[in-house]
Ligand binder design. Structure first.
Ligand SMILES: [Zn+2]
Length: 852
């Protein structure tokens, strides 16, 4: 087995408040969410933490590689500023809880890491590297990513944070198990000295970053199996399982909660209790005997002017009374002012922000800027309600509120607030006509090779872009002038989840969407006798937004394709219903099997500074993360293939989500989504085939009990096609009519040779003859969760393997049972169908097509 991630290998990787500070760190930026409330123990912990000025950087490759327990211990135990740098956003992984994969998954997993960091107290950073799937070795990884580019990002993060200690998850060798893992360690080791060299990446120095030499780099050692205590000499040991009486939890318990945020990966984790020894081998820099921070001054005294800060913080800690936290607010604000007198220290800038958060927590302040809608168009106007509430009675007056950029706001003079009586003001904010559209910054332009395109260097390394619009509150708190910022957000009450927040984002004034994500067209499409071509309708759905827009809508296609009409003139009124504009598409007279893209765009006549809008708006709504908005191009993927499908009625048992039903409809089948009740009591034999979607048995517990019904369907002449399910002992020998266990076998090399033990097998011939060309152009991987072992009564239809691995034969199994047919497939149709891989469409059609 080649593990994708360390965690997949079963090695206990464990793991770490979101700060997401910009380099300038001038603003508090925690995405759309309000600052989490701090109870008395958390205030105490934060006060203790303020007195520590160390920084640690943990480095690995993917979301979920990080040792969460280490991050919790660093952040809460050692109380240093702690960050996790992941090379990638995990966009190449699977999604246990939805159908979003690829770029969308990278967006979700970024937020899962930020959610984990809110639990463990660390910060999150990334390089531009893409998670392109399994990599055999670091040389391949570096070649695809571009070694120098990713190294420059690692160096940048080191120069931004200036860590005292760098810790790598992986060793820079094959024990890391994945080229991305090995590369992450190699890059961290090289960056350790490169960050200190002003001649390396001098553009960063010119932009204001300073060279930085960390004290040491240590490897967070791992050993496989039950190796017992690590007695390797010269390693520093840390008990990550230590108990924190202030929090009432062990660091490993918090780690379990943090790690369980990787919900798309199904990484719900136990909250481990008891000693948990981890060992660390110093590989570069100053040696250490017993402490990773040996020789590092972790106090304020390391900075000129720091003694004053420390004196104030020491007094604040001594005088802190959980029953009267407001009393230390003046001391905190004095400490904040003293910190501002210490220039050019990233950890001091971060501690300043923490101090302001503590001022809010101790004072019981509530400050917000709530927009009346979540999506705003360039040129539109939105009302924003700004509020300040002094719940603790610390003494607050509001001097000014200004929305930035633009400066709209409240400037009528200083208002002194009464305790627990809200002050609010409503401001009209006009969005600049040339305001950039929202969406994740790293997806704004197409990637080049294995690297996201991020043209603004100031964004590189950051988990998210800073909020485009903020409200700046100029206040007096306990008599001292302070400016606090809030991003503009939208708040609503979800009937299930309760109060929710999302960022206010700039979206196009016209949002475009095709009436389908992909379209099948047959090739060759020319009718040689009549010369007629297949002409088909295609609708573009247009959603008006919040401003009146007049312009022209058109669909672009590659040469040879004809779109009618060439354009349509539209006037959209704000808030009007969606309109679907019909076009017809005539493909070229002949076209090879391929996937091609048609794109929609809207050009406003005037008043929009020459912009063209060509995106749709996609909202990713998962309960464990703030709602994410993406603005990908409005396009439809056209799959040109001669795929035939003889199934007319197909039942589909949806699992965690895949695009199988849409593909089957394109292939001409009528698809019925079956719920558990349908499976239990409806007449299944009316379906030519029933397809079990990805992970249905994992996500629909009742389905296991209904398996006899499905096998009876096969026995009676049905055709059951089961797509990959996650390995689960409870499924062993229960899915097929004959014994079959789902393993972790996978074939991750998408070009792996596909051997067909019997070329005459019906699955490879009816109705589509599958040849070598059908295995070309597959994306990311061949398949996963293959059957192994399985009964000899199953036909092995294809065999393949990754380099240096034995043949994997359980990727496509076929057997007769009674009058019917059972098929299990681990082949990654969930990736290939939406990617428009013609061969995968043809094979998928064979799986469901009756052979009679
Ligand atoms: Zn990994």
């Amino acid at each position: 087995m080649i593990p994708r991630c360390l965690c997949a290998r079963g090695l206990r990787a464990s793991a770490a408040l979101l700060l997401a500070l910009t380099i300038a760190a001038s603003t508090v930026h925690a995405g759309a969410l309000p600052p989490p409330p701090k109870d008395a123990a958390q205030i105490r912990l934060a006060l203790e933490k303020l007195r520590v000025t160390g920084t640690a950087l943990y480095v690995a490759a993917h979301p979920d590689d990080e040792n969460t327990a280490m991050l919790v211990w660093l952040s809460n135990g050692r109380k240093v500023r702690t960050a996790y740098l992941a090379m990638t956003r995990g966009d190449g992984g699977q999604n246990l809880i939805g159908s979003d994969v690829g770029d969308r998954l990278g967006v979700i997993r970024t937020q899962e890491l930020l959610a984990a960091r809110r639990v463990d107290g660390a910060e999150q950073y990334f390089t531009r590297a893409l998670d392109f799937g399994f990599s055999k070795n670091p040389e391949e990884t570096m070649a695809i990513w571009g070694r120098d580019s990713v190294l420059s990002d690692v160096v940048r993060v080191i120069r931004m944070l200036r860590p005292d200690v760098i810790v790598t998850r992986f060793a820079p060798d094959s024990t890391a198990g994945h080229g991305h893992h090995t590369a992450s360690a190699m890059l961290a080791e090289e960056a350790f000295s490169a960050a200190a060299d002003p001649a390396r990446f001098p553009d960063q120095i010119r932009a204001g970053l300073k060279p930085w030499q960390a004290k040491r780099l240590a490897w967070n050692a791992y050993r496989f199996g039950n190796a017992g205590p690590d007695n390797t000499p010269d390693r520093v040991h840390v008990d990550l399982g230590a108990y924190d009486p202030l929090l009432g939890r062990s660091y490993t318990e918090m780690a379990g909660e943090s790690r369980s945020m990787h919900k798309t990966q199904g990484f719900g984790a136990a909250e481990r209790r008891g000693t948990f020894d981890n060992s660390y081998q110093v590989k570069f820099g100053a040696p250490a005997k017993t402490d990773l921070f040996e020789g590092v001054d972790l106090t304020w005294k390391r900075f000129p002017g720091g003694a004053k800060v420390d004196g104030l913080l020491e007094r604040a800690l001594k005088q802190y009374d959980p029953a009267k936290p407001q009393a230390i607010v003046p001391l905190l604000l004095d400490a904040y002012a003293a910190m501002q007198a210490i220039p050019d220290q990233p950890v001091v800038r971060e501690r300043e922000q923490e101090t302001l958060r503590l001022v809010e927590a101790c004072g019981g302040l509530w400050i917000e800027a709530i927009a009346t809608r979540p999506l705003v168009s360039p040129g539109s106007t939105v009302k924003v309600v700004t509020s300040v509430l002094d719940r603790g009675g610390v003494g607050v007056s509001v001097d000014q509120v200004a929305i930035q950029p633009g400066g709209a706001g409240w400037t009528k003079g200083s208002i002194a607030l009464s305790p627990n009586a809200p002050w609010s003001d409503t401001v009209s904010v006009t969005v600049a006509p040339d305001a950039p559209l929202g969406g994740p910054y790293w997806l704004a332009q197409p990637p080049v090779g294995g690297l996201a395109t991020v043209s603004d260097p100031a964004l590189r390394g950051l988990p998210e872009a800073p909020p485009p619009t903020v409200a700046r509150f100029s206040l007096k708190i306990a008599g001292r002038a302070v400016t606090l910022e809030r991003p503009l957000v939208y708040r609503w009450v979800d009937p299930v989840e309760g109060e929710r927040y999302r960022a206010m984002e700039v979206a196009p004034p016209v949002r475009l969407r095709f009436d389908r994500d992909f379209r099948l067209t047959h090739a060759p499409v020319a009718d040689s006798k009549s010369g007629a071509r297949e002409v088909w309708p295609l609708g573009v759905s247009v959603s008006p937004a919040d401003v009146r827009v007049t312009g022209t809508l058109s669909v672009s296609a590659p040469s040879g394709w004809t779109i009618n009409p060439a354009f349509v003139t539209l006037t959209m009124q704000p808030g009007a219903a969606d309109t679907t504009v019909p076009f017809t598409v005539t493909p070229p007279a002949s076209a090879p099997s391929s996937a091609t893209m048609l794109r929609a765009s809207f050009k406003p006549d005037q008043g929009a500074v020459g912009r063209t809008y060509d995106t749709r708006v996609v909202e990713l709504d998962y309960a464990h993360i703030p709602m994410q908005v993406m603005e990908p191009p409005a396009q439809v993927r056209v799959v040109v293939t001669d795929a035939k499908c003889t199934a007319r009625n197909v039942g589909y048992i949806m699992g965690s989500g895949d695009t199988g039903p849409d593909a089957l409809r394109e292939l001409g089948a009528s698809v019925t989504l079956l719920d558990d009740g349908d499976v239990e009591s409806s007449d299944l034999l009316r379906y030519d085939a029933i397809v079990v979607g990805v992970r249905a048995y994992n996500t629909r517990p009742r389905l296991r009990a209904l398996q006899p019904r499905l096998l009876d369907y096969v026995k009676g002449g049905g055709r059951l096609v089961v797509q990959y399910q996650t390995a689960d002992n409870g499924l062993n020998n229960r899915i097929g009519p004959f014994p079959l266990t789902i393993s972790r076998d996978r074939v991750t090399v998408e070009e792996a040779e596909m051997r067909t033990p019997s070329a005459a097998h019906p699955l490879l011939n009816k109705p589509n003859r599958i040849g070598a060309e059908d295995w070309q152009g597959w994306v990311q991987e061949r398949g996963l969760y293959y059957a192994n072992p399985f009964d000899a009564k199953y036909d092995v239809v294809v065999s393949a393997n990754d380099p240096n691995e034995p043949p994997r034969n359980g990727g496509l199994l076929y057997t007769h049972y009674g009058k019917g047919t059972f098929i299990y497939t681990g082949l990654a149709f969930f990736r290939q169908l939406p990617a428009g891989v013609p061969g995968a469409w043809r094979l998928f059609a064979n799986l469901v097509s009756p052979e009679r």
